[in-house]
Design a protein around this ligand. Sequence first.
Ligand code: B12
Ligand code: SF4
Length: 489
Amino acid sequence: MSAKVFLRLEPLGLELVAQSARTAGHDVRLIDLQTEDYRQFQDTLKKWRPDVVAFSLNYLANTPEVVDLAKVAKSLLPECFTVVGGHSASFIPKEVLQHGGGSIDCVLRGEGEAGFPMLLKAWQEDPGSIINVPGAVTMNGAGPLPCFVENLDLVRPARDLLRHRSKYFIGVLDPCASIEFTRGCPWDCSFCSAWTFYGRSYRLISPEVIVDELARIKEPGVFVLDDVAFVNEKHSMEIGEAIARKGIRKKYYIETRGDVLIRNKDVFKFWKEIGLDIVFIGLEAIDEEGLKSFRKRTNLGNNFEALEVARAMGLCVALNIIADPDWDRARFEVLRQWCLEIPDIVSVSVMTPYPGTENWYTEPRDLTSLDYRLFDIQHVVLPTRLPLAEFYKEFVKTQQVMNMKHLGWAALKETAKIIAGHLLHGQTNFLRSLWKFNSVFNPDLLLADHAQPVTYRLTPPPLERCPVSSHSQLFVHAEAEKENKNSAS
Ligand code: B12
Ligand code: SF4
């Protein structure tokens, strides 16, 4: 839903996988179905007739769509080898294969740059041997655990393979490219799978490589897609200094934590000077109990101080709060009031257990829906205290209050200036987004989605909830500890 209104971003993960295949000597094309349609997908398959069709399944909610697309690919090209990879596919490989009913030949777990060239080689040499490729899962069994990319500096994204680069934007950063500075997250929040996917590893990309790439990016806006930006003070400063030396002028969007901002104030200050524009802080809760239940490993004092510090630096601050399905009207009202008292952009999401998170195993409440499409943190998949229709009314009312507070006269004047600048360059993504909110964020539509016929059902967590005995049972990759020692310091 956010992708229909506020943003549409470059699929960097897929570009990296594409480049790794290209480096291995293959002819590769990319179709981003955020900017192209099913007809173009089918036309490409029919005309180009690729040997391999690979899909990126990062978001759980997209599972039915990806499965159906794989079925289309197989029906058009029965001889082609179909592969599904990406964040969510890595946590539910067997389910994805089963939904495919023979149309998906392999799910490749983990970092695609590492496994995909090996998989292609194995398939070319002896299709029966793909089961030995790290991360490969087929109907016949699973290969060894996926391995990490040896050196993140060596694979760079195939940006040239995307045909509609002007369509990528986030809010006022229109057009906007994406870039990665680091990979992994050192924290371990209970609702998040960012850290479990990478097995707790945290790796840095060299400042020289980053700056070289930034210099080649044409878009004026840049989305830094690190889970938590600027954790490593030295690395962040080195990137900033290299950008300044090279005279690169861009506007940046980053996501980070409140405690990181307080600890590395100098970094944020320096980055503000070289173009840092929007800082998204994953606040998640405005009460200590909430922070503790999410295992955020920080406190309210830190978070509120971070907001003050960021505002004082003149940064545009955006933050997220997680609403629990158990919330009543009063709880939503408290959030609305708080949101009106602060100048920042606030978004609200619904607490959702995802495969690959600790919550998936420990959440005591049973799921009320197994429809993948509802696992988008805007729909509710746990029992609500309020009747469901009422919950959605309160939820959307809260989002509307948050959205409207930025549309006062002063804000509109500023917005008009920004839009005029975009129009001069033929960019209309941000302008269009201003009209879309009410048609997308609508309680009746959210409720109606629960009545849609369900073709593919998510396998629920084990009936017996119990604490996760070892975090490593959640990890996708092996040998994270070794990797950490090599590069996180
Ligand atoms: C950047 C980001 C976004 C961007 C997306 C940009 C884009 N176009 O891809 C934006 C801001 C739009 C976004 C939105 C959302 N996000 Co988000 N996002 C991330 C984040 C922080 C990084 C993803 C990323 O680009 N990583 C860097 C690249 C290099 O890695 P990658 O894409 O994962 O690709 C690698 C592998 O997955 C694999 N791979 C990927 N594709 C393929 C394909 C093949 C064939 C193969 C072999 C391998 C492969 O290889 C790649 C290279 O190593 C992740 C956290 C994380 N660390 O993954 C959350 C994350 C993916 N997001 C999450 C969520 C919940 C959301 C939202 C629902 C939130 C919301 N507010 O609505 C929306 C949903 C958007 C949607 N399209 O439906 C959850 C996913 C939950 C789930 N299991 O579905 C994550 C894991 C964060 C979390 N807290 O748990 N997100
Ligand atoms: S929510 Fe943020 S800080 Fe917590 S584990 Fe996920 S990425 Fe890391």
